[in-house]
Design a binder for this molecule. Structure first.
Ligand code: ADP
Ligand code: MG
Length: 310
C-alpha cells in the first residue's frame, strides 16, 4: 500500500509500558518492558502510519527526587525535567523500535523523536489544584517524602503536581510533514513541555500535562484515524477495584460523560483517558480504544479493550 493511503494510528503508551507495578524501574527493566508494546507497533507499521506518544509520570517524578537529593548543583524546573524525559524515553522507544523493525526485516523505516512543546493557559484552574501523580508509589502517606502534595491513588500514595489542559501542540505542522514523509514519529512525550504564550514567545511552566489529553489534542490537530491508549488494565471498568468491577467492551459518549460525572474514573489516571477518547470521537475521529499494552494489535483489530463510540 502507498504510504499516503495508510490510515494514521496514534498509540499513547502509559508509563507502565516502561515501569511495571512493583518494579524499581531500572533502565534494564524499562528496555525489557518496552519490547512487548513496541514489537506490536513495529508490526502495525506495515499497515498504518504511526505516531507514538508516551507518559513520563514515574520518570519525571524520579528525576525530581534525584535532583532534590543533591544540593551541589542548581535545581532544574519541572519543565526542563519534562524535556529530559522526552529525550530519555524517546531514545529508549526509538532504539527498541529500530531493533524490532529490523527483526521484521524492515531496515529502511525512518524514525524520529521530536521535542514537543504544548501550550497551556495561564488561567487554567488546574494550576490551583495538583492532581497528576508522579514518581515512586508509597504504601503510606508517612513514607512519602514531606514538603510537597501527596495524594492517594489506586496504586498507592504519590506526589502530585498541577496538570493544566493542553491548548495546542506547537509542532503540529512539522509532525504532519513528517507523517507525509513516511516517518514513524515519537512526540508529545510526557504530555509535552508545558509552555504559556508571551506574545510570540513561549515561557515554560512548572507542570506536567496529561499525556492522554495531549494525545487527543495532537490527534485532532494532525488528523489521526485511530487512537489507541495503551495502559496496565484491559480497558475501562465500572466500579473499578470493587467486587462489582466490570470491564466494558463498548462505551458511548453519553454514558461515558455520565460515568465521569458519577466519579467512576480516577482523576489523573482513567478519567483523562476516557475524556481523551471521548474528545477524539466527538471531534470526528474514526476509532478510539483504551486497552492493555499487551493487546495493542488486538485492539486495533477491534478484538480487545474498551471502544469509545458515538
Ligand atoms: P498510564 O501510565 O497508562 O497513563 P494510569 O495509572 O494513569 O496509567 O491509568 C491507568 C490506571 O487507572 C489503572 O491502573 C487503574 O488503577 C486506574 N483506574 C481508575 N479508575 C479505573 C476504571 N474505572 N477502570 C479501569 N482502571 C481504572
Ligand atoms: Mg496516566
Amino acid at each position: 500500500m502507498n504510504n499516503r493511503d495508510k490510515p494514521i494510528l496514534l498509540v499513547a503508551l502509559g508509563g507502565n509500558a516502561l515501569i511495571r507495578k512493583g518494579e524499581r524501574g531500572t533502565v534494564t527493566q524499562q528496555f525489557k518492558n518496552l519490547v512487548l508494546p513496541i514489537r506490536q507497533i513495529a508490526q502495525l507499521s506495515q499497515d498504518y502510519r504511526i505516531i507514538i506518544t508516551h507518559g513520563n509520570g514515574p520518570q519525571v517524578g524520579n528525576l525530581l527526587l534525584q535532583q532534590e537529593s543533591c544540593s551541589d548543583v542548581p535545581k532544574l524546573p519541572l519543565e526542563i525535567l519534562v524535556a529530559q524525559t522526552q529525550g530519555q524515553i524517546g531514545y529508549m522507544i526509538e532504539s527498541t523500535l529500530d531493533s524490532q523493525l529490523m527483526d521484521l526485516g524492515v531496515h529502511v523505516k525512518p524514525l524520529i523523536s521530536l521535542i514537543t512543546y504544548v501550550v497551556v493557559s495561564e488561567q487554567d484552574p488546574a494550576f490551583l489544584n495538583p492532581t497528576k501523580p508522579i514518581g515512586p508509589i508509597y504504601a503510606s502517606k508517612k513514607q512519602a517524602p514531606s514538603g510537597y502534595p501527596v495524594a492517594k491513588t489506586a496504586k498507592g500514595f504519590r506526589r502530585v503536581v498541577v496538570s493544566p489542559k493542553p491548548v495546542t501542540i506547537i509542532e503540529k505542522r512539522e509532525i504532519k510533514k513528517l507523517i507525509t514523509a513516511g516517518f514513524i514519529i515519537i512526540c508529545c512525550g510526557g504530555g509535552g513541555i508545558p509552555v504559556v504564550r508571551e506574545g510570540r514567545a513561549f515561557q515554560g511552566v512548572d507542570a506536567v500535562i496529561d499525556k492522554d489529553l495531549a494525545s487527543a489534542k495532537l490527534a485532532q490537530e494532525v488528523g489521526v484515524d485511530i487512537f489507541v491508549i495503551a495502559t496496565d488494565v484491559n480497558g475501562v471498568a465500572l466500579n473499578y477495584g470493587t467486587k462489582d468491577e466490570k470491564f466494558m467492551r463498548r462505551l458511548n459518549i453519553g454514558s461515558a460523560n455520565q460515568l465521569i460525572a458519577d466519579g467512576h474514573f480516577a482523576d489523573g489516571s482513567m478519567r483523562p483517558k476516557v475524556e481523551a477518547a471521548v474528545q477524539f470521537v466527538r471531534d470526528g475521529g474514526k476509532r478510539a480504544v483504551i486497552t492493555s499494552i499487551k493487546a495493542i494489535e488486538s485492539a486495533v483489530k477491534g478484538q480487545a479493550g474498551t471502544e469509545i463510540i458515538v
